[in-house]
Design a protein. Sequence first.
Length: 441
Amino acid sequence: MNTIEKTRISNEFKEKMDYDELLNCMRCGFCLPSCPTYIESGMDEAHSPRGRIAMMKAVVDGDIEPDEDVKRSLDLCLGCRACEPVCPSGVKYGHLLEQARDIIYQNKKQTLPVKAVRGLVFNNIFPNQNRMISATSLLGFYQRSGLQKVARKSGIMSFFPESLKTMEKVLPSVPKKKELKNRPKHLLPLQEQKKKVAFFSGCLMDTLFMTTNDATMKLLQYAGCEIVIPESQNCCGALHGHSGERNKAQEMAKKNIEAFEKADVDYIITNAGGCGAFLVDYGYLLKDDLVWKKRAERFSNKIKDITSILVELDFDKERLKLPNQIVTYQDSCHLKNGQKTFMEPRKLLQSIHGVSYVEMHDASRCCGSAGIYNIVESKMSMQILDYKMEQTKKTNAKTIVTANPGCLLQMKLGIEREGLSDSVRAVHIVDFLLEAFETTH
């Protein structure tokens, strides 16, 4: 960083960082054992929540400059928020991290390639579902046309980092463009109606993971829900909010609030832990906008994860059955730490006859996916994943269940890296529950 950038960043830290929240940290260290980057970095204090907060405060106080070391520490954070539930002072670390990253990325000059990529991703693809469909369709063409086989046989994949090569193997099959565009807008329950809900379909979830969205809606219908799917909804903005694009995240939040306000529903249902946690936080995201704050809070109060509503509607009493198998569960960090949803997925899994549920040690420790973290911070991500796979293997589970698309791909990546793809599978919880329902019925 040059002197001008450091000065701008320092000034904005003083103006925009929540100093009261920084002071809430008592430096007690309760967060340290819960932080994956602190552990995997050899207990480097700079890569702990306590250390990062100390650096943020030091920049505000003028004790240190916001140099590359400060930026590196913040970049290496997963944003998993595992430190929040164990903090005796209730420090909102996730909010502080987003504030700091936003200030740095909005004031640090980016190289032309980085600027181009960020502009393409944050301003063109994710905010526009039609462009997301087009981009995903290219992947589908690559998979179906034979190009994928040619790429693998030709050795061209050897030019990519090991994690990306493996990721290419575990990506789901993308539906055809016609299917991606032909999405439902309103569905009736398949039994006596108990609730009327809206479904947040998301961007990647309604393209790359479209079959999981379909499974979610089927489960809601079987559970007695009328479903409204607002056509004007867009990406939740989580990727933007976590990556220093706060203004864009706010724009997207407002569009979603407007889209769902028109639906007179009991709940807004999500099936992706990362999206759900960001949607729940819209009230904070728009806290300084007097026009939108209350609207955002009303929106967020209706957010509910699919597992929560299924338990509320007694879906765990359906007496579902599956062939005998050992199953374990990998928590989505943001579902647990953001939406406070922990027991519901376990209750649903344990209710299935034939399932022998084994709790994984450190099930709630981040798997290392964290949005695009496994791409931009591949080395640390793979260290964290290796630990996760060690704990998984100890359960002897043949099925690993999770509740977030990023976690799902990361666990599939771990299975592939460990050479277990012939004997172990990873599956989203709604796909697993639908499999059990349709096997039983």
